[in-house]
Ligand binder design. Structure first.
Ligand SMILES: NC(=O)c1ccc[n+]([C@@H]2O[C@H](COP(=O)([O-])OP(=O)(O)OC[C@H]3O[C@@H](n4cnc5c(N)ncnc54)[C@H](O)[C@@H]3O)[C@@H](O)[C@H]2O)c1
Length: 260
């Protein structure tokens, strides 16, 4: 299958690209290297050294014999996105290409506007590119568990049956995002659902929890295949940070109620 991985140079996108390529799929990565740029902007770095995208792709070819194509481009640049859809004709798109840090989105107005523009307009462009060039392809979009917030009832998978004043309906489960980043994901979800409804597109909107760890069967095959490991206060996800803090005997920085 021809699979386009948007954001395939990132923490999750790179191991996913290797996994799918290893399974025999024809994989193209589309990424603008923004995540590497954020490191320069904030003065952070991955705890595990990561190689350049070109070095990683060459190492994968050496180890597996398989070729991953690389397109350097921005989802906000519709022409670049249209070109890759037109030429590669993906049968599936896995969309990781967003600014994914809630703390980053809350720094100030500029970072909030950037996060929402990058994520919402980028995803809208993806939806239009699908409609225009690959209407039969399936979109797998990374959302987040944080779209739901923390209601005091069990969270249903996407939809909930509501009885109200004698009538009932199955409606989207209420979302209570808690940052401009989480709001961008909720806006994406609405746009995706709407486009599936009006254009008949097919999509899976994953509202997944925080990912931890750093190794997959594929990345362990060569040090040059490592994915990034963030442990700073902006990009470090909770369990990754706890692991680093425990390793250096530093007290764990538990946030909020600490009960999640
Ligand atoms: N890491 C987690 O625990 C977690 C949990 C839930 C959901 N997610 C979601 O999964 C996705 C990937 O997360 P990650 O941890 O791999 O993040 P990441 O920042 O490591 O990777 C995102 C990749 O997308 C690229 N990118 C961003 N904006 C782009 C644009 N406009 N055009 C092209 N490329 C762009 C970045 O350069 C980066 O390589 C995100 O959408 C995130 O919200 C992540």
């Amino acid at each position: 299958m021809r699979i386009l991985i948007l954001g395939g140079d990132g923490y999750l996108g790179w191991p996913q690209s290797l996994y799918l390529s290893g399974k025999g799929h024809n994989v193209t990565i589309f990424d603008n290297f923004m995540r590497r740029h954020f490191d320069l902007e904030r003065g952070f770095h991955s705890l595990l050294p990561i190689y350049t995208a070109h070095e990683r792709i060459a190492a994968w070819k050496e180890v597996s014999g398989r070729q991953i194509q690389l397109c350097i481009g921005d989802t906000m640049d519709y022409e670049a996105l249209a070109t890759v859809f037109r030429t590669f004709q993906p049968e599936a798109v896995v969309h990781f290409a967003e600014q994914r840090s809630a703390p980053y989105s809350m720094i100030d107005r500029k970072h909030a506007v950037f996060t929402q523009t990058n994520n919402v307009i980028g995803t809208l462009n993806v939806l239009y590119a699908m409609k225009e060039f690959a209407p039969d392809c399936h979109l797998v979009k990374l959302g987040t568990m944080g779209e739901y917030g923390t209601p005091n009832i069990d969270i249903e998978e996407g939809f909930i049956e509501i009885h109200h004043k004698g009538r009932s309906d199955v409606l989207p489960f209420p979302k209570q995002p808690s940052s401009f980043y989480h709001l961008s994901k909720t806006h994406d979800s609405h746009n995706i659902m709407f486009c599936c409804k009006i254009w008949g597109l097919r999509a899976t909107d994953l509202n997944q929890g925080v990912v931890y760890g750093v190794e997959t069967d594929e990345t362990m095959q060569d040090a040059r295949l490592a994915t990034r490991f963030d442990y700073d206060q902006i990009y470090g996800t909770a369990l990754n940070r706890f692991c680093v803090q425990a390793a250096v005997a530093y007290p764990l920085t538990v946030y909020g109620k600490g009960q999640q």
